[in-house]
Ligand binder design. Sequence first.
Ligand SMILES: Nc1nc2c(ncn2[C@@H]2O[C@H](COP(=O)(O)OP(=O)(O)O)[C@@H](O)[C@H]2O)c(=O)[nH]1
Ligand SMILES: [Mg+2]
Length: 391
Amino acid sequence: MSRHAAARETSQLDRRLEALNSATELASGVLPEEILAGVLQVLDRASSRRSLSGDHTVVGFFGATGSGKSSLFNAVSGEEIATAAVRRPTTTEPLAGIWGVQGSDALLDWLEVRKRHAAAPIKGFADDDTGLILLDLPDFDSTRAANREIVQRMVGLVDVLVWVLDPQKYADAAVHNDFLAPLSSHGAVTIVVLNQIDRLPEHEVRPVLESLTAILARDGLGKVQVLGASAVLGTGVDKVRAAIRQVAMQRKAMSQRLAADVTLAAARLAEASGLPTGGTTAAGGGTAAGATAAAKARLAGELAAAANVPLVVDAVARSYRLEATRRTGWPVTRWLARFRPDPLRRLNLRREGAKPELNRTSLPPAGAPEQARTDAAVREFAEAASAGAPG
Ligand SMILES: Nc1nc2c(ncn2[C@@H]2O[C@H](COP(=O)(O)OP(=O)(O)O)[C@@H](O)[C@H]2O)c(=O)[nH]1
Ligand SMILES: [Mg+2]
């Protein structure tokens, strides 16, 4: 991605965060507290993450107990950084493998990752300026609540989510219902790995990958990358590495993740406020019908009537006819016309040398009916013009 495109993406994220902030302010006191708290958390996280290193991409390995997160973390890193466990206890604390150590401390402090390992450069994958941070994480289905909490928090913080599944448990409801489907808006920063493919008979690898792809499509992650791998044999590990490398090198995962958070938060706000979600009307995207020519004409007509314009028009017409008769008519009618009062003069609208600021017209003043008629006309116009716009 060019520097230019990256800047554009950043300013677009700026605008969306600002809009989400305004929406939250408008909704304060109107929508339920817990919805607003969730959105504020998104805004808060976004500003924290953006104030920290934008040159680092944080990639977390998530999955069920024994799926092979630690083993895959090691295989991708090319080092035995993490302890993969044949027996329990397993990973209880996040562990970071870092390429490009400079400037990642504050970011890791914010992530609350204490165990940090400066990893050796891997040719063609990551060297000192890749700015890549891999995180080995506890199991999302851990029996320890503290571990599950860490995972929940990390799911909300990392830039890229790598889900490590295995052939036994890849279809388990827990991972799909609790994590993948709710984060379907995060497809651009999600990679799914089916690990332990060495445990499957070769002819079953493809059907299982296809079945997993189909389940992910139902989660709303139809476009996500699905890779088969064996952390133990090393099969497919290059592809996992390449996928991670590509995301890190583009330097836009952070913005994409935060953008996905904004999308999700905006959808929740829209849902809570009873607006249709999805499609163009979600998140304030509705288009007002606008002021049609017919509505404008109706409004003008009503305002004119309330301001006595027809009365004046009528008086002008009659005055003109009278004047014409006086000047050009048959002498008898011309003579009679002299005794007819000028309708305009009667309205006090035709006094020679009249000063408008001193002389009031004799038009009837606007009373309650005219006021009501004006109000109704303006209301009707506003309603017609804003039809279809979100609340
Ligand atoms: N056959 C096979 N075993 C694996 C694979 N990956 C991990 N394992 C084994 O599965 C067990 C759990 O692995 P670990 O990496 O600790 O899983 P974690 O709990 O997800 O971190 C260990 O005994 C690993 O050796 C794999 O790709 N194939
Ligand atoms: Mg582990």
